[in-house]
Ligand binder design. Structure first.
Ligand code: DQA
Length: 147
């Protein structure tokens, strides 16, 4: 059974209270429960959040040899973090870039992603449902990769 890591970056601990008109009313704990339920019988799943760039880098490093792929909502670090990009390139694990909002329909500074060049693909704009879509996308990718 494959093992996935869902990694959430800064401010995502505030989901549900934070700009609900942009990010929805679902809390990160609700999303975690939905993902855990969706994982049942399909994959092992770890679900983490940190507001700290270095901690996210450490978690990506630790995923090598522990998990088969990562779903990463890097929050605002998406648009700034060469360190996260380098960490992903270093561990050579498949990464799905995820955002609740459609970053391409928002401010211009959100159109740039340092994660996109090292991700297998990007899912954005589907709110909390994007987490489930990302799990299915990554599991599908891992199945195809295995032949
Ligand atoms: C986000 C989009 C980012 O631009 C923003 O900084 C976030 C959340 C999203 O899930 O839509 O914190 O990653």
């Amino acid at each position: 059974m494959p093992s996935l890591l869902i990694l959430n970056g800064p401010n995502l601990n505030l989901l549900g209270q934070r700009q609900p008109e942009v990010y929805g009313k679902t809390t990160l704990e609700d999303i975690r429960s939905r993902c855990m339920a969706h994982a049942e019988g399909k994959c092992a799943l770890a679900f983490e959040q940190s507001n700290h760039e270095g901690t996210l880098v450490d978690m990506i490093h630790a995923a090598k040899g522990t998990h088969d792929g990562i779903i990463l909502n890097a929050g605002a670090y998406t648009h700034t973090s060469i360190a996260l990009m380098d960490a992903i390139a270093s561990v050579e694990l498949p990464v799905v870039e995820l955002h609740l909002s459609n970053i391409h329909a928002r401010e211009v500074f959100r159109h740039k992603s340092y994660i996109a060049p090292v991700a297998i693909g990007q899912i954005c704009g589907f709110g909390a449902a994007g987490y489930i879509l990302s799990m299915d996308a990554l599991l599908g990718h891992l199945r195809t990769e295995d032949g």
